[in-house]
Design a protein around this ligand. Structure first.
Ligand SMILES: Cc1ncc(COP(=O)(O)O)c(C=O)c1O
Length: 405
């Protein structure tokens, strides 16, 4: 079946609910950090799969693992054991902290599981969870209630009760919100959608301390920071602050849908039989892909390559920042990059797209790059050269408009 971009757009307008703003581009094929549309145009992808394709598009080992698995066993429910799910859990735990895994299919679901686990573990009197203004935890009603951004709650109330939205960055504010009904503190170690906001290590250490002092669970939402993004297996290792519960999705299965929650061994059993479940969670295909993801990162030395690529990006970014007066701040942890502009980022994203580079903008003015760990040095150079030119041209035009005004 072939369809050009305009035909595809028409069919979407008629048959697909219009809850996403989509570019008028029909993507048909990808390999590594490159993707092609139905007109044969090639794009260099600095935002592959919205952070899910941490190994780039169609990584060969993931493709092979899924092909092998899909021909052997596609799905069996969680009333059975499968080798794949057990091995996957073991591999994750061995690279994280001592604990156990629960599997689901997405980031929001992993966070739902974390909210339920925190409440179950702390008992009926302790149901409150402190989350942070500007954070993002997903779109299901529990994860949405945890997401302290009013724009995402509009028209959907009442929200699930029990969340306390704390200003970000101030430990005193967190302490003030803790009372006898508080069960947990939940935070992204680096806010992704919130604008790639990287806290000082002391902030997360302080949250750990507050959790310990008050017998609270510390939950890290590592849906975006997880699985190698920061050059460490998990974001918590980047900060050297270990949570009690960690949620994962996005890149967990190298681009295949999958989510997981890891909980410390003392906490995990509170998710008792019958209290939570996911039909497709930990299915053999996701598990085979998840295992292949870990093997690829290790066999290809991608954590080391991530550090090198991050350094290369850092050099380009610092050059860009010194050349452009309209950049407020550049924030980077490994291959998680935010460029905060003084102006709206959407026109930059659009111009990059027209010139064959895919990037993202979040919070109106933060350009976000989540490149693949196996991106090539030449791809970083050519993409950053292009981005630099687009940003400089656009900021020059803004300066001119301001002078004229
Ligand atoms: C930190 C974080 N948590 C949760 C989610 C929700 O994940 P999903 O869209 O897979 O439900 C996202 C998605 O962007 C995220 O960045």
């Amino acid at each position: 079946m072939t369809m050009n971009s305009s035909q595809s757009q028409q069919i979407f307008e008629k048959y697909v609910i219009q809850n996403y703003k989509r570019y008028p581009v029909n993507l048909v094929r990808g390999a590594g950090s490159v993707v092609w549309d139905s007109e044969g145009r090639e794009y260099l992808d600095f935002f592959p799969g919205w952070g899910c394709n941490l190994l780039g598009h169609c990584p060969p080992r993931i493709v092979a693992a899924v092909q092998e698995q899909v021909a052997r066993l596609i799905h069996v429910p969680n009333t059975w054991h499968t080798t794949e799910q057990g091995v996957w859990a073991q591999m994750l735990v061995e690279r994280a902290f001592d604990g156990q895994a629960f599997f689901c299919n997405s980031g929001a679901e992993a966070n739902e599981a974390a909210i339920k686990l925190a409440r179950l573990h702390q008992g009926p009197e302790r149901y409150k969870i402190i989350t942070f203004q500007g954070g993002f935890h997903g779109r299901t009603m529990g994860a949405l209630a945890a997401t302290a951004q009013p724009k995402y709650h509009e028209g959907l109330g009442p929200m699930l009760a029990g969340f306390s939205y704390c200003p970000y960055g101030d430990l005193g504010e967190v302490e003030k919100r803790i009372d006898s009904a508080t069960a947990a503190i939940m935070i992204e170690p680096i806010m992704g959608e919130g604008g790639v906001r990287i806290p000082p290590r002391e902030y997360l250490q302080g949250l750990r301390q507050l959790a310990d002092d008050n017998d609270l669970l510390l939950i890290f939402d590592e849906v975006q920071t997880g699985c190698g993004r920061t050059g460490h297996w998990f974001g918590y290792q980047y900060f050297e602050v270990t949570p009690d519960i960690m949620t994962l999705a996005k890149s967990l299965c190298g681009g295949v849908a999958g989510g997981a929650l890891l909980a410390r061994r003392e906490v995990a059993p509170s998710l008792r039989p019958g209290m939570h479940a996911s039909t497709f969670g930990g299915n053999p295909i996701a598990a085979a892909a998840g295992i292949a993801m870990i093997e690829t990162i290790e066999q290809d030395g991608l954590l080391e390559q991530c550090a090198d690529s991050a350094q290369q990006f850092a050099e380009h970014l610092s050059e860009l920042q010194s050349a452009c007066d309209h950049i407020r701040e550049v924030r980077q942890a490994g291959l998680m990059i935010g460029i905060e502009l003084e102006f709206e980022g959407a026109p930059i994203v659009q111009k990059c797209l027209e010139q064959g580079l895919l990037i993202n903008c979040t919070q109106e003015n933060v350009l976000r790059l989540l490149p693949a760990m196996n991106i090539e040095a030449e791809q970083i150079r050519s993409g950053m050269d292009l981005l630099r030119q687009v940003v400089l041209d656009h900021s020059a035009s803004i300066s001119e408009t301001r002078v004229e005004a």
